[in-house]
Design a protein around this ligand. Structure first.
Ligand SMILES: [Zn+2]
Length: 246
C-alpha cells in the first residue's frame, strides 16, 4: 500500500509496519486514544508528516534501541523516549550531530494505555544493552525491534554477550505472547521460532563458525536449522574486532 511518502504493511488494522527502505521498518500502533510510533528509520523522508496524516489521536515516539536505522528520523519529532541504559548508544550513533529533540526516559514494566489496548515495555537486552520490546497483551503480540530478528547481530558499540542474549531469549519465552514482529521484516512470527535461536547459541562453537566481514566488522557467523528442517537457518554474528571505520 502506498500512502504519499511511505509504503506500509498492515499487521492488523491497528498495527502498521512502515517501510522506509527495503528491510528497514518502524511500527505504528494506533490505539483509540493514543498512538505509539516505535522507531524512526534512517529519517530520510518526513516521517512526522506521514504519521500525522494517518492518525487522529495524540501519539508518542519511542526507540526500541539506538542503532542508526532506528533513530535516524528522531529529528522529525520534538520528544522521543528510550530506556536510559540505551542513551549513550543513541549518542554514539548520532555521531556528534547536534540533537534537535528532547530524549526522555521510558522504564521497563511501564504500562502505556492506548485506550482500547495496553502496551508494556519489556527488557530485550542483547543486540544492544538497552534494547526494549513492546508487549500488547490484548493482541498477544510482542514488537521486538532488532532483539529477536531471524539474524541476530551481536557486535558494535553497546552490544552484550552471547550469555546475555541467551538469558533474554529464554526470559522472553515466559511472556504471554503468541506472535512477534521484528524491525527488519513486515511479517509476523510465531513464538516457537525463538527456539532455534536458543539451540543455535547452545550449539555454537566459534571454531565451527565462518568468519565474515559485516559492515566493516570481522565477525563470526553461525547458522542452525531446526530438527524438522521446517524453520530456516539463523544467522548469529558475534562481536569481534573492528577492521575499519563505519
Ligand atoms: Zn539494531
Amino acid at each position: 500500500m502506498n500512502n504519499k511518502l511511505y509504503e506500509y504493511t498492515k499487521i492488523d488494522d491497528h498495527i502498521w509496519q512502515i517501510a522506509e527502505d527495503e528491510g528497514v521498518y518502524c511500527t505504528l500502533v494506533k490505539g483509540r486514544k493514543l498512538a505509539v510510533l516505535i522507531d524512526t528509520g534512517y529519517g530520510k523522508r518526513d516521517l512526522r508528516a506521514f504519521i500525522e496524516s494517518n492518525i487522529s489521536t495524540p501519539y508518542i515516539v519511542v526507540n526500541s534501541h539506538g542503532h542508526p536505522d532506528y533513530i535516524g528520523g528522531n529529528h522529525w519529532f520534538d520528544i522521543v523516549y528510550a530506556l536510559p541504559e540505551e542513551w549513550d548508544v543513541i549518542q554514539y550513533f548520532e555521531e556528534g550531530k547536534p540533537r534537535q529533540y528532547d530524549l526522555r526516559e521510558i522504564r521497563i514494566g511501564q504500562k502505556i494505555s492506548l485506550g482500547d489496548m495496553n502496551m508494556v515495555i519489556v527488557f530485550l537486552a542483547g543486540h544492544t544493552k538497552g534494547s526494549i520490546g513492546f508487549f500488547i497483551p490484548e493482541k498477544e503480540l510482542l514488537i521486538a525491534g532488532d532483539a529477536l530478528n531471524e539474524g541476530l547481530w551481536l557486535f558494535n558499540y553497546g552490544s552484550l554477550s552471547m550469555n546475555d542474549l541467551y538469558e533474554t531469549i529464554k526470559n522472553t519465552l515466559k511472556l504471554d505472547f503468541k506472535e512477534y514482529i521484528c524491525g527488519h521484516s513486515s511479517k509476523k512470527y510465531i513464538k516457537k521460532n525463538l527456539i532455534p535461536h536458543i539451540r543455535n547459541i547452545e550449539k555454537l562453537r566459534v571454531d565451527d563458525a565462518a568468519r565474515r566481514n559485516t559492515i566493516g566488522f570481522e565477525t563470526y557467523c553461525s547458522t542452525y536449522e531446526d530438527c524438522n528442517g521446517k524453520w530456516r537457518s539463523f544467522l548469529l554474528l558475534i562481536r569481534f574486532r573492528q577492521t575499519k571505520g563505519l
